[in-house]
Design a protein around this ligand. Structure first.
Ligand code: SF4
Length: 389
């Protein structure tokens, strides 16, 4: 399986997104603590690692840990807001260290909307400069976006503008907003979309990308809102292929191993033919409404076939529908066996400790909280719960 792990390199950021689900903590990484996590992923037989955050480019040892992970045999990727990556020397240094792929996150190509989402101005042009410099340095560039209440009506405009300016872009990733953690939890009313808010614009965006031969993935969107593109659902792909994901959280959650991709299944799901391969409604945070779900009555086979036969993704070894069905039946029986605890996403007690808290890191965290309190006041948003004020 082509499992990918995530290392949160830092948890602070140079932007102040009101829906950030991974805001600052007192935990920090040294090169040594990151090295242990890379070794952990290698020991698990993982294919790759995503350096994420916070904003990972704020760690001075990022190029060094990228090189270490590449030399250890991992495919190295990064998720960034692009603020620093527009610096061509820095992009070249990361490319030389072994960064193969970067996900630049842009939520809206409309500067005023992006300013409201990011908490600061000027981010769209900086992210676009990052796309250019990363591409010129030989790093493959994908675009990441979080679907939220403010960009829900123009996801298609985002892809058209970006593909128009950067025809080399080949892959887009959307995550529907996770309203269960950090600032996203306390600012749910401002940013959490209804599913119907983005249904049309997401369909237009996916149709445009599909027709132009590009690929895409969508996470936390139930299959009844994915129309003919169900095969692009991240959860469905994981369910079909039986993949897992490890996230090394730089906070008290520490290492979480996720093997179960189902969320909430409502009344409507009992009649739905896609239920076995659907991730359902993202229920953590309690912000999405099950009333919006509607059963689908078409066969799941074409979706499965498209995933297991995908020539661009040969990671699943059973390439015929009959072989998949036999394998899936076994996995379903195992998954339905009673378990003492919910097995889907749990802390891995055998993983190495993620990061450290020191007197200095606590002090830095307190200062960060104080600075962000001012930003919260200025933008009219709430700060995440917890932490010293
Ligand atoms: S009705 Fe339920 S199972 Fe069916 S596609 Fe929607 S969320 Fe998935």
């Amino acid at each position: 399986m082509a499992n990918i792990g995530y290392i949160q390199v830092v948890r602070h950021c140079n932007h102040f997104c009101g829906f950030c689900s991974n805001p600052a903590t007192p935990w920090e990484h040294t090169f040594e603590t990151m090295k242990e996590l890379v070794d952990d992923l290698v020991g698990r037989g993982y294919f790759g690692v995503v350096m994420t955050g916070g904003e990972p480019t704020l760690h001075t040892d990022l190029p060094r840990i990228v090189r270490y992970a590449r030399d250890a045999g991992l495919h190295v990727r990064m998720i960034t807001n692009g603020w620093r990556l527009g610096d061509r020397d820095y992009a070249r240094a990361l490319a030389e260290a072994g960064l193969s792929l970067v996900h630049v996150s842009i939520y809206s190509v409309r500067p005023e909307v992006e300013r409201q989402l990011r908490g600061i101005a000027g981010t769209v042009e900086r992210a676009m400069a990052a796309i250019e410099s990363a591409h010129d340095a030989g790093i493959e560039v994908n675009i990441n976006g979080v679907i939220n209440r403010l960009n829900a009506d123009h996801l298609d405009e985002n892809v058209r503008v970006l593909c128009g300016r950067f025809p080399f872009l080949r892959h887009f990733v959307w995550n529907n907003l996770d309203p269960s953690m950090g600032r996203a939890e306390v600012n749910q009313a401002e940013f959490t979309p209804k599913l119907r808010d983005f249904e049309l614009s997401l369909h237009r965006a996916l149709s445009f990308l599909h027709k132009s031969g590009r690929s895409f993935r969508v996470e936390r969107v139930p299959l009844c809102y994915m129309t003919e593109f169900g095969w692009a659902s991240t959860e469905t792909r994981k369910i079909v292929k039986g993949e897992e994901r490890v996230v090394h959280f730089l906070d008290e959650k520490q290492t979480v191993r996720q093997t179960d991709w189902g969320h909430l299944y409502a009344e409507a799901c009992t009649a739905c033919s896609l239920r076995p391969i659907c991730g359902g409604l993202f229920d953590r945070g309690g912000a999405y409404d099950p009333v919006e779900l509607a059963p689908v009555f078409s066969s799941m086979d074409p979706i499965v076939q498209r995933i297991i036969e995908d020539p661009a993704d040969p990671s699943y070894p059973l390439r015929t529908l009959a072989a998949w069905k036999a394998d899936f039946a076994v996995r379903l029986t195992e998954a339905r066996a009673p378990k003492a605890t919910r097995p889907g996403a749990m802390r891995d007690p055998d993983a190495p400790q993620v990061g450290v808290i020191t007197d200095e890191s606590l002090l830095r965290y307190q200062k960060k909280r104080q600075a962000e309190a001012k930003l919260a006041e200025r933008t009219g948003l709430k700060q995440e719960r917890g932490g010293p004020e």
